[in-house]
Write a protein that binds this ligand. Structure first.
Ligand code: ZN
Length: 302
């Protein structure tokens, strides 16, 4: 497996993991990861083409089903509440917000309820998912950031669990910065390679999410990417993200025929109980800034 160079540091990537399958949705292909010794970036090898990536998001992909009920639904609503509070602090009165890769924009309802002066917009590349947001009255464009180049500048741009999915993170973030007014903020939430769950789970780590995650960051590599795009870190928080622990355990069990179970939307029956079981550990991790997911707020300086 030939690994290329780190797009942030230009140093040659060292092999990290080889032959990591898609345990959740069974996408085709033989994938591994290269690792940058300078910044810690993990890079999927080979990089999937756009058609291969689209095929890796089946209609039952869990990210398209945010209207979950019960325990998982409750966890989602807690996350939306936290998001709305954090974004509200960054938005001036009547401010403009763009969510990139917004899926069905599930948190927009809570956002406009808390901040009726704000008009949130989104861009989402899967049309019928975007349509669900439009059906609720929100402006969501089907496409990618490249389709938004003529938009008015935004005060806040949200990239939640997006930057780890794109095929060129430098180009993607540069594109976002062009749409941001000077002094505006970009919020980037992404899995954290500088976490206890990655350190323990390694090739089984739920954050790898092969082949949908193309680049995986920690605080050092993400700050390096942001600096290349003219952004300065304003604040950073660490989320008690139980997904990656739960998925790491599931991946390990799915890799062995005797413990393999049928999956619904990529998840085994026991997954939701693992989410709950790992919550106390995740709260400790978040407090020590070593949790599996982190949120960075960057400010456009020029
Ligand atoms: Zn690097």
């Amino acid at each position: 497996m030939q690994h290329g160079h780190c797009p942030l540091c230009a140093v040659r990537l060292a092999p990290a993991f080889a032959h990591v399958p898609d345990y959740e949705y069974g996408a085709e292909g033989d994938f591994g990861f290269g690792h940058c010794a300078e910044c810690g970036l993990l890079v999927l090898t080979p990089q999937p083409g756009i058609e291969q990536l689209k095929a890796a998001y089946p209609p039952h992909y869990h990210g398209f089903h945010t209207g979950a009920k019960g325990l998982v639904g409750l966890l989602y609503r807690l996350v939306y509440g936290l998001r709305v509070r954090a974004y509200g602090r960054l938005l001036p009165r009547g401010g403009r917000l763009l969510d990139v890769g917004c899926a069905d924009a599930a948190y927009f309802d809570a956002l406009v309820k808390a901040r009726p002066d704000v008009v949130p917009e989104g861009v989402e590349f899967i049309d019928d998912i975007a349509q669900r947001a439009r059906d609720r009255g929100f402006r969501v464009v089907t496409g990618t950031l490249a389709d938004m180049k003529d938009a008015e500048p935004y005060d806040v741009i949200i990239m939640n669990n997006l930057i780890e999915h794109v095929t060129d993170p430098v180009a993607e973030l540069e594109q976002a910065v062009r749409l941001l007014r000077p002094g505006g903020h970009i919020v980037v939430e992404t899995p954290n390679t500088d976490s206890w769950d990655y350190a323990v789970a390694g090739r089984w780590w739920g954050g790898l999410h092969v082949p949908r995650h193309t680049y995986l960051f920690g605080p050092v590599s993400l700050d390096r990417l942001a600096a290349l795009c003219g952004l300065r870190l304003a604040s950073r928080s660490f989320q008690p993200n139980t997904d990656h622990w739960a998925l790491s355990v599931q991946n390990r069990l799915q890799a062995t025929p005797s413990t393999r179970r049928p999956l619904t939307r990529g998840r085994a029956w026991y997954y939701k109980w693992l989410l709950l079981a790992f919550l106390p550990l995740n709260i400790v991790q978040a407090w020590l800034r070593k949790s599996g997911s982190f949120v960075s707020v960057y400010r456009r300086t020029s």
